[in-house]
Design a protein around this ligand. Structure first.
Ligand SMILES: [Zn+2]
Length: 347
């Protein structure tokens, strides 16, 4: 039997994390929130890597090769690329997503001076009364999408007067909503898994238990650009569980009510022996799970492999619908993922 999870606590923390801005490169506030959630766990040692990731080490009940779990707190976002002559902003993307997935979204521009300015992402030819069919037919790209600021500006000079400059971070509104067990929000990838991983450790410690062997929690901050967990996994670690969302859609086995073990993605197959172990644990503890393959997907486990990490890697996570879009999952998948992390730490 696994100790019972505080689901309300899990959803509360997830909601707070979702509402904390953390596009890749601008993750300190979210890392602080994670550190705050972990710092009171007895025996835990918390460090930051120079790159800004969080590495928390929990001493194990027995000696033996260390284990690690990694999940990423960085999300999709954008940066101001140019201030246009009409005062609006051209953007450059942080992470991989098509522009149509954020069209119409509210944003906050973070200036270098600590101020924020509201705005929204629109097509340059946004009004159907002015541009007719072009509104539907225009290709969405870096040149045709812009930020309209909720401030009085019609020139580059006026926008610079708001202290906005090239390089400022652009944060998309997550629009978090929890209804009947569903959690709908941007950036469930991968904040859902960060919350599950942290909740698993809290559940363990509140039940007075310790992990079987020394276990490292790695909260990654550069996953969306491909090199998150390339650094920060201690040399003592022999197994790494990448905890990241499962891709839901046509032809996929994953859904919003299960956790998934991904056996292959764009980076090739994961570690067979560790996969078998995760399947055995899911069966032993009646964790609702699926096995799946993700066609266009890379993980932080592979980032560590590519960086030369000599460990077994497996990938688990909750099913997330409409990934890198306006995402949604369900509490059942979050509970399954948390229990899977818990079972792994105790085994
Ligand atoms: Zn992810």
């Amino acid at each position: 039997m696994l100790p019972k999870i505080d689901t309300t606590g899990l959803i509360d923390f997830l909601t707070r994390l979702l509402n904390t801005p953390s596009p890749t490169g601008f993750t300190e506030q979210a890392i602080n929130l994670c550190e705050g959630a972990l710092q009171d766990i007895p025996g835990i040692q918390i460090q930051r890597t120079r790159k800004g990731a969080l590495v928390a080490t929990l001493p194990g009940a027995t000696d033996g090769p260390w284990r690690a779990l990694t999940a990423h707190v960085d999300t999709l976002g954008a940066m101001v690329k140019e201030i246009k002559p009409n005062g609006r902003l051209k953007m450059t993307k942080l992470g991989g997503f098509p522009w149509n997935t954020v069209e119409g979204e509210g944003v906050r521009v973070y200036t270098a001076f600590g101020e924020t300015v509201r705005g929204s992402i629109l097509l340059t030819k946004a009004s159907v009364h002015v541009y007719g069919q072009d509104v539907g037919k225009s290709e969405r790209n870096d040149d045709t999408m812009e930020i309209r600021l909720d401030a009085r500006t019609e020139s580059a000079e006026e926008t610079r007067g708001l202290e906005i400059e090239v390089g400022d971070f652009v944060v998309f509104d997550p629009r978090v909503e929890v209804t009947d067990g569903f959690v709908r929000s941007r950036h469930l990838d991968d904040k859902a898994c960060v919350a599950c991983m942290i909740q698993a450790v809290k559940t363990l410690s509140e039940a007075g238990l310790t992990p079987q062997v020394t276990t490292v929690l790695h909260v990654s901050n550069y996953e969306e650009v491909g090199h998150g967990a390339a650094a920060g996994i201690p040399a003592e670690v022999s197994e790494l569980i990448s905890v990241d969302m499962a891709a839901v859609g046509n032809g996929q086995t994953s859904d919003e009510f299960h956790a998934t073990l991904c056996v292959k993605d764009s980076g090739g197959p994961y570690h067979y022996g560790l996969n078998q172990k995760m399947r055995r644990l899911a069966e032993a503890y009646a964790i609702p799970y699926k096995i799946d393959i993700y066609p266009y997907y890379g993980s932080d486990g592979e980032a560590f492999w590519r960086a030369g990490g000599d460990v077994a890697v497996a990938l688990i996570g909750p099913g997330v619908d409409a990934s890198h879009n306006y995402e949604r999952t369900h509490t059942e998948a979050l509970e399954a993922t948390t229990r899977w992390c818990l079972a792994y730490m105790l085994d």
